[in-house]
Design a protein around this ligand. Structure first.
Ligand code: RBF
Length: 157
């Protein structure tokens, strides 16, 4: 039987940063609401959640990095909705943002959660923001808490 590393309990004073894009706000607001509600259910006080709205998903990585640099947070949730249009803009945004977010996570040794929807249609986005494929903001918050707990376990081992 292997030794499974279990996430440590999350301290009540844990602070979480959320960066959320205003583009497709009808979608991203639902991702944000799902994330905040999930964090609250799991014992994170509203006062310990800081939310920064940015113009679009392209702007998420810079603000995520700046929030990490304050040293105040245990994780950053990044929420956005990129929807394919007539041109290839979505590919450029998705590639740039996803690679930058991974770079930031590894450089700053911090969970940076990928909650940017990369959809072909608005309908797909609606389904992933509280529709029939769940709410990716909720999943992002759950993933953040799992990662914070797991990293705490690794710190203690
Ligand atoms: N930002 C998003 O978060 N989702 C989008 O679907 C989206 N589509 C865009 C389409 C075009 C043609 C352009 C130019 C920008 C789009 N943006 C979108 C905004 C982008 O993330 C960024 O805020 C702006 O390009 C300003 O840097």
């Amino acid at each position: 039987m292997p030794n499974f590393l279990l996430p440590a309990p999350i301290p009540a004073e844990t602070r979480i940063a959320i960066v959320v894009a205003e583009w497709n706000k009808n979608i991203t607001q639902k991702l944000l609401d799902g994330a905040v509600a999930t964090l609250a259910e799991r014992g994170i006080d509203d006062a310990n959640i800081d939310v920064a709205w940015v113009p679009g998903s392209w702007e998420i990585p810079l603000v995520a990095m700046r929030m990490i640099e304050t040293g105040s947070y245990s994780a950053v949730l990044c929420l956005g909705a990129v929807i394919r249009g007539e041109t290839t803009h979505d590919e450029h945004i998705n590639r740039g943002v996803s690679m930058a977010m991974m770079d930031i996570a590894l450089e700053f040794d911090m969970p940076v959660l990928f909650g940017v929807l990369t959809c072909n249609t608005l309908e797909q986005a609606i389904h992933r923001a509280g529709g029939n494929v769940g709410n990716k903001g909720v999943e992002c918050a759950e993933a953040a808490l799992q990662m914070i707990g797991l990293l705490a376990t690794l710190d203690a081992s």
